[in-house]
Design a protein around this ligand. Structure first.
Ligand code: HAM
Length: 422
């Protein structure tokens, strides 16, 4: 019986894995120079962690969580995102005893969404969280880091949109104004937005239904309702971004699908017409100054974001991803086979990527296999070579071929590998 994968749960095949690895390597390098350390979090958490933080009336909590009762009768959930678990760990392990904590994580998240290109039920994020910093310079710096990652990955055609969602002081007056506005347009809104007018009116600004888009065109702007503190923070963010040379656009209609945000929110989107199509948000995040306290920790202002790995990978130019060439070792005959073992292990110790053909097949058949495996180099050890203490080495792309003493072959290959030192 043939068993296939579950819809929305993808295999990341080796060619794609190579691109992911390239992205992760670059992200790790950049996060490191910005002072972040890695945290590895579990994929399963208590359900209440998410329902209390993401918000009871959000799409994620209402209909997208993989929640089940375990054998002990506890309600557990496959994490739909990484911020709540990071904050849980921060409090549980008292990481707040340090003045500032900068964490990053990578790994799968789970949301029961309708799968389509760029939207999956298991997807991967690279996330970063800064806990214990209030300054808008920190928000700007995190966006600067993200922009640096995109630049190093040579990703173009993306835009950073920023907004402020205010705080518990000023948001109620905005909510009130927006609710009043939406009540007037109630008939034109979709059923979902009508239902959420009271509980989560901001979501109407993000609704993709045509009627809702039209009805909310002149909705009041959150930026007109910010209190002095939030206004100052937003001005500080923009000034910081300008000073750091990060390009952005203010979008007062941008709301987020998670309820824990305060003040700064942002999204990085791919411009229309690119590889992503409708699912064009590549990264998103913002400030969540109340979350640590709400989960029982001390007052701790925070900022963070997460990048959608699948979407980012779609934007990376495959040909620019370095590929370590494969060295295909062909021993001709039993004696050569025995001799090759030490040589192969020596080449591997020198850092080359070596696979041998131990079938004892004809040279023609082995060369064909090397070709099909896209080998960069072939090493042949035949009778003549053995007599001379040599091997024949061939660079597949150029056809350059030489018989060389065995001990210089690794250097010969290395000199011909373009790009980074191997
Ligand atoms: P989010 O906007 O829900 O934020 O997700 C961040 C990114 O994950 C999205 O911009 C998108 O690229 C990717 N993503 C989300 N859902 C899917 C899906 N079903 N399939 C593929 N990719 C997806 C958060 O998760 C917050 N925890 C970000 C954050 C960190 N805020 C503060 N700190």
């Amino acid at each position: 019986m043939k068993v296939t994968s579950i819809r929305g749960f993808n295999d990341i095949l080796p060619d794609e894995g190579r691109v992911w690895r390239h992205i992760e390597d670059e992200a790790r390098r950049i996060f490191d120079v910005y002072g972040f350390s890695e945290i590895r979090l579990p994929v399963l958490e208590k359900t209440e962690l998410f329902s209390r933080t993401i918000g009871e009336t959000t799409d994620i909590v209402e209909k997208q969580m993989y929640t089940f009762t375990d054998r002990h009768g506890d309600s557990v959930t496959l994490r739909p995102e990484g911020t709540a678990p990071a904050v849980r760990a921060y409090i549980e392990h008292r990481l707040y005893t340090a003045p500032v904590t900068r964490l990053f994580y990578t790994g799968p998240m789970f949301r029961y969404e309708r799968p389509q290109k760029g939207r999956y039920r298991q997807f991967y994020q690279i996330g970063a969280e800064i806990l214990g910093e209030e300054s808008p310079m920190v928000d700007a710096e995190a966006l600067h880091m993200l922009a640096a990652l995109f630049r190093n990955l040579d990703i173009r055609g993306v835009e950073i949109e920023v907004n402020s969602l205010g705080c518990p002081v000023c948001r109620p007056s905005y909510r009130e104004a927006l609710t009043g506005f939406l009540e007037d347009k109630r008939d034109r809104l979709c059923a979902n937005c009508r239902r959420r007018i009271d509980k989560n009116p901001l979501r109407a600004l993000d609704c993709k239904a045509r009627g809702c888009i039209e009805a909310t065109q002149d909705a009041p702007s959150v930026l007109d309702y910010l209190c002095a503190g939030c206004k100052g923070h937003f001005e500080g963010l923009k000034a910081g971004l300008d000073r750091m040379g990060v390009e952005y656009r203010v979008n007062p209609r941008m709301v987020r699908g998670l309820d824990y945000y305060t003040r700064t929110t942002f999204e990085v989107t791919a411009l229309a017409g690119g590889a992503l199509g409708a699912q064009n948000a590549i990264a998103a995040g913002g400030r969540y100054d109340d979350l640590v306290r709400e989960l029982g920790g001390p007052e701790t202002p925070c900022f963070g974001f997460a990048i959608g790995m699948e979407r980012l990978a779609m934007l990376v130019d495959r040909s620019a991803v370095p590929e370590r060439p494969l060295v295909f070792f062909i021993p001709m005959g039993g004696e050569a086979g025995r001799m090759s073992i030490g040589m192969i292990s020596d080449l591997r110790q020198r850092g080359l990527r070596v696979v041998a053909d131990h079938r004892g097949a004809s040279l023609k058949s082995s060369m064909k296999r090397a070709d099909r495996m896209r080998a960069g180099f072939v090493i042949i050890l035949g009778e003549d070579e053995m007599k001379e203490g040599a091997v024949t080495v061939k660079q597949m792309e150029t056809g350059a071929q030489e018989r060389l003493p065995y001990d210089v072959v690794a250097d010969w290959i290395r000199e011909r590998i373009p790009g980074r030192p191997q």
